[in-house]
Structures are given as structure tokens and as C-alpha cells.
Design a protein around this ligand. Structure first.
Ligand code: BTN
Length: 256
């Protein structure tokens, strides 16, 4: 445990870099259950993951040494489990702010927590909250971002890297450092009770907000327009003049 290239108060101050691991989320979960207390803000970064995990039980593939794959420990005791989507918002905003100087207006947050450039996926998050005694005791924030990878197999769907957009390599630790400091800023806003600004900024950066697009739900394809994300994180889509709320499993974004 060491390193101090990262500005800010606590996020990233304890940075552990691993050559290879199954999954940084799993590694962090294991050290939390095994050993002495792990400081809030600890970051576990890996050059390579051989069993990286994504949302919906998917695997997360990233070429070794070319991408950011890391997990961060937060202890958001001040967020009630019913408001846990605020943490998703704050983390998404931190990643967005770190990449925005490089990528500008094409950058968007795809609900709930993917990072998009145009209509292509630059990265995603796997946030695992450990709830105990009605509190979020620990939150493991796993972030995977496509940075210097040159190409993707077709199976990677809409994946794109920063290098494919900007035609140059970036220093992974520089980007990590920017993410840590911006993420800390948004997290501290939440802690200070400035939830409204976190929610409104998240909404304003949402992919397809107020744009009519195609979705699928319950086997049906329809044209809908994203209008809002409610407090608990459900997506509000206007469909045939009425607003419906969806959770992650209930709606699929179609590429039309
Ligand atoms: C997604 O499916 O979009 C979420 C991907 C999250 C991947 C990251 S990589 C670092 C951390 N460790 C994991 O095993 N998963 C997350």
C-alpha cells in the first residue's frame, strides 16, 4: 500500500497497483472481509483482470495495460439505502468531469451509469453496496474505462476507446488522478447535503435526454423520450403521451 500522485483529500491516497487479479471488485471485497480496516478512498487498480465483472453478470474484457480497471472503497454511511442511487450519480459525474476536458460535449452518461461518447460506450461501473443495520457500510465502486485500446472485437458491441477518438495514448495514472479528485468533489457535495445539484447535473448530462428514440420493454419496441430519473434511480420515459418508470431490467436502449 503506497503512492501519492493523486491530489485531493482521501480518494486515491491509498493506491494499490496489481499486475494481475481476477477482479478488482472481488479483491477489494476479500480484503474488506479478511484483514484490518481498509481506509475510505482506497483504490485497487489492476493492469489486467482475468475475470473482470460487468453489470448483468457479464464479464468485462479489457486489453492488459491499455485501459483503466480499478475499484474504489467508499463508506457512505450518510446515504440511506433508499437513496443509494445518489452515489451512482456522484460517481458518474466524477468520471464525466475527468474526461470532459479531453472529449468535450460528445460525452454523456447513459443511464444508469455508463459513460458514452456519442452513441458508443467508453466505460461502465459496477457499484456493489454492502448494507448493514440499515446503512450503506461499504460501497465498492468498480470502474472500467477504455483508454488506449486500438480496436475491439465485434462482440464488444458499441465499445470505443479514448485513443480511437483522439488518436493518441494517454497516461492511465493521470486520468485516474483526475477521476479521483472529481469523484471526491461530487461525493463531498453529497455528504454536505447538496443532493439537488448532484441530481440536476446528472440529469443534464444524460444520454438521450428529451430525445425521441427507440426502446424495448416486455418484448415490445417503442419510441420514447427520457424525461427524468426519479430519486430512487428509476428512468422516466414518455411513451404515447404518458410517463412510465423503468428499472434496469425492464428497459433496453435500441440503437435507432
Ligand atoms: C459494465 O458492465 O458496464 C460495468 C463494468 C465494470 C468493470 C469494472 S473494471 C474494474 C472493476 N472490477 C470488475 O471486475 N469490474 C469493475
Amino acid at each position: 500500500m503506497q503512492n501519492n500522485i493523486i491530489s485531493g483529500l482521501f480518494v486515491g491516497q491509498n493506491l494499490v497497483t496489481l499486475k494481475e487479479v481476477d477482479s478488482t471488485n472481488t479483491f477489494l471485497k476479500n480484503i474488506l472481509s479478511n484483514s484490518k480496516p481498509v481506509p475510505e478512498g482506497t483504490v485497487i487498480m489492476a493492469e489486467s483482470q482475468y475475470a473482470g465483472r460487468g453489470q448483468h453478470q457479464n464479464t468485462w474484457h479489457a486489453q492488459p495495460g491499455k485501459n483503466l480497471t480499478f475499484s474504489l472503497l467508499l463508506k457512505p454511511h450518510f446515504i440511506s439505502p433508499t437513496q443509494q442511487f445518489d452515489l451512482t450519480r456522484a460517481v458518474s459525474l466524477g468520471v464525466y468531469d475527468a474526461l470532459h476536458p479531453l472529449l468535450g460535449g460528445g460525452l454523456k452518461i447513459k443511464w444508469p451509469n455508463d459513460i458514452y461518447f456519442g452513441s458508443r460506450k467508453l466505460g461502465g461501473m459496477l457499484i456493489e453496496n454492502m448494507i448493514q443495520g440499515g446503512q450503506i457500510k461499504n460501497a465498492i465502486i468498480g470502474i472500467g474505462l477504455n483508454i488506449n485500446q486500438d480496436n475491439y472485437p465485434e462482440s464488444a458491441g458499441s465499445a470505443i476507446s479514448v485513443k480511437q477518438i483522439l488518436q493518441r495514448d494517454y497516461d492511465l495514472k493521470d486520468i485516474l488522478s483526475e477521476i479521483c479528485s472529481h469523484l471526491e468533489g461530487w461525493y463531498l457535495k453529497l455528504k454536505a447535503g447538496k443532493t439537488d445539484i448532484v441530481r440536476s447535473t446528472y440529469l443534464s448530462r444524460l444520454y438521450r435526454l428529451n430525445e425521441a428514440s427507440e426502446y424495448r420493454s416486455n418484448g415490445e419496441t417503442f419510441t420514447g423520450t427520457i424525461k427524468n430519473v426519479v430519486e430512487n434511480g428509476l428512468l422516466v420515459v414518455e411513451r404515447n403521451g404518458t410517463e412510465e418508470q423503468y428499472n434496469l431490467k425492464e428497459i433496453e436502449f435500441l440503437n435507432k
